[in-house]
Design a protein around this ligand. Sequence first.
Ligand code: SF4
Ligand SMILES: [Zn+2]
Ligand SMILES: [Zn+2]
Length: 311
Amino acid sequence: MPGKSCVKCGKKAVVSLAYGPHSFCKQHFLGFFEKRVRRTIRENRLVEGREKVVVAYSGGKDSAVTLYLLNRIFGKSNPIEALLVDEGIPKYRDKALAIAERNCRKWNVTFKRVFFEKEFGFSMVDVMRKTGPKKLLGSTCAYCGVLRRQLFNSYAKKMKAGKLATGHNLDDEAQSALMNVFDADTARFFRLGPKSAASKGMVARIKPLYLCPEKEVIAFAKMQGIEFFEQQCCPFKWQAKRNDFRQMVSEFEAKFPGTMFSIVRFLKEAKELAGDKTKGKKLGVCQKCGEATSQKVCKACKMVERIVGKG
Ligand code: SF4
Ligand SMILES: [Zn+2]
Ligand SMILES: [Zn+2]
């Protein structure tokens, strides 16, 4: 940060944010970051009363910072716990979750680790073998995402969570908003935002970092000395579409600082304008597993059937 000084104290800056524009020393950047998360939580009522918050903790930077801050802000007033889902991806999730477990112990956070293998009878290695390089049965990531979400929801319920917190950051939110625009998927577009409405069988999900750019999440984690798993992609990743949106959004952000905030602000205003129309249809329960779904059998159960059924 050559020559820049902190806008708060005048000391040498270590972080410079082009969209402000403003620069901060380490101490004031950490304060700025935490304040924004506190404001997001307060303004959107992400945590209410003394409810339990369960954090979907993958071992990566976003969920690590989410858990660290929720525990720091609410640790004395609310039960804060972590839920670790192990899809069985060797040299990736096992390493990430080893770090996650270490942090939970260090921060005195109760955690639960659940396994695809035990829950569904197969791991992501088996899914990969079946879906194969030709994208048979759909993409590997689609399976992983749906099955993981199902476990997060069902275990959050078992753990009696009032909210399930995820590590989604501003980059994720802006990319998702644009992807839904490009897909003309209004229902999904309106489901975005810092808090999903709780519905029958679904624990409300919250995103305390949804206004935090990814680069700042990394800077916060490093400056705060939070250990996290740095490898971004698992060996099975081939869902290229989000990568294209990631590249597009970051190119725009570099050229026009503040673009990501504008996209998310647009989403918020569009939701307010649309009002009740953004509320999705009522969910029923899956005949097989009892989880919430709009169909007779939920997507996760159909996927399990497809994997188990294909020799
Ligand atoms: S990249 Fe795809 S397969 Fe790998 S962990 Fe993520 S969703 Fe699962
Ligand atoms: Zn300062
Ligand atoms: Zn089901």
